[in-house]
Design a protein around this ligand. Structure first.
Ligand SMILES: Cc1ncc(COP(=O)(O)O)c(C=O)c1O
Length: 372
């Protein structure tokens, strides 16, 4: 058996430091917004270069709070990629805003800036909704095309939010995820590059004024003095126990990112020519949350790997706009051909920092045999 992700190996790597961190929280009894949350926020900001980080209950809530803080609501259009996890669309719809689906560009599978520009023009021409925000998604860990999208958002006076749920640790040049957009939502879901052992998330921002607003909204909207509520918020605090786990795991993070990069390199070496392997543009670093290949024979390949005991996953089988809940937001001209093509071709192979070269070789040899 080669599991898709080996959570036991990840847990064991954190070793005694993890137990010590957990014991400290249990001894303190400080379970809600304990000192570990503030310590983690400090480390997240220092590592990424963001002005501040605010821990919340999940990556989904991080997106919701980012939108709420900017008063995105029923008269607003929010542009999101069609090829993403459902949470990106869900956060938009939860505010009453309308998601507008943008196709992705190949080969990198992130939001297509050309289609984004066209859709912004359509919304402006129709004059019904305000073109309010764009949420880019750093798919599989690779930062989106911020060079073009941040420029476009600034030109169009549109808020830019990065859905960095999968990409904490990724970078463009020397700029890390957390600084590529004014606001970045990250997830600590267990399988993410920096994952906890439950649900968790954070909002990183380059604007410390914004961080104060996020802190209010994660705690029902209470102001810093806990005396007044101006805007209703939510109960979305990062759990102290999860923060403690993340602090223990943070000590290994740089090493684990390097391991993921090495593993991706092995896959690229062994699989090139058999399937379409991920292409990382020069100067970018992926956090390699997931290692996703493309093949016209995806389903047969997956069946064969499964029969050989190799865990795989399909991210994503359905463009988010095709789920029943989101179909009503689809427009007549929403062809989104590349998102649809990817849904039929993508296959994610085992990826976690403790995969060794011979295991990767074994997976690749099965892939090659299946496609022969
Ligand atoms: C692109 C994307 N956005 C948002 C989320 C939501 O994160 P969470 O599961 O922490 O709510 C995920 C989680 O998988 C994701 O992959």
């Amino acid at each position: 058996m080669i599991p898709f992700i080996d959570m036991t190996a990840i847990r064991n790597a954190a070793g005694a430091a993890l137990t010590a961190r957990l014991d400290a929280v249990l001894a303190s009894g400080n379970f809600i917004l304990g000192p570990e949350v503030a310590e983690l926020e400090q480390r997240l900001a220092e590592f990424s270069g963001a002005a501040a980080a605010v821990g919340v209950a999940s990556g989904t809530d991080a997106l919701k709070i980012a939108l709420m803080a900017n008063e995105i609501g029923p008269h607003d259009a929010v542009f999101i990629p069609a090829f993403t996890f459902a949470a990106t669309a869900e956060a938009v719809v939860s505010t009453g805003a309308t998601p507008m689906f943008i196709d992705v560009a190949l080969p990198h599978m992130t939001m297509d800036p050309v289609h984004l520009r066209e859709k912004i023009a359509t919304v402006r021409r129709e004059g019904v909704l305000r073109a309010a925000a764009v949420i880019t998604v750093d798919l599989f860990g690779l930062p989106a095309r911020y060079e073009e999208i941040a420029t476009l958002a600034a030109e169009e006076d549109i808020l830019l939010i990065a859905d960095g749920a999968q990409s904490f640790g990724g970078q463009i040049g020397t700029s890390r995820v957390g600084t590529l957009a004014p606001i970045t939502a990250i997830s600590f879901y267990p399988t993410k590059p920096l994952g906890c052992f439950g649900d968790g998330g954070a909002i990183l921002t380059t604007d410390s004024g914004m961080a104060a607003k996020f802190r209010e909204l994660r705690h029902h909207g209470f102001d810093a003095a806990r005396e007044n509520i101006v805007q209703p918020g939510m109960n979305s605090r990062l759990d102290t126990i999860q923060a403690a786990i993340l602090l223990a795991r943070f000590d290994l993070f740089v090493d684990e990112l390097a391991r993921r990069d090495t593993i991706a390199g092995w896959y690229g070496e062994f699989l090139d020519g058999a399937v379409e392997v991920p292409d990382i543009p020069t100067g970018r670093k992926s956090a390699w949350a997931v290692y996703t290949v493309r093949s016209a024979h995806r389903d047969a390949l997956r069946t064969r790997l499964s029969a050989s005991g190799i865990g795989t996953a399909i991210y994503y089988a359905t463009p988010v706009c095709d789920f029943e809940a989101y179909r009503r937001f689809r427009r007549d001209d929403d062809e989104l051909p590349r998102s649809r093509q990817l849904c039929a071709e993508v296959l994610s192979l085992p990826m976690h920092p403790y995969l060794d070269r011979s295991t990767v070789e074994q997976v690749c040899s099965e892939v090659r045999q299946a496609l022969r």
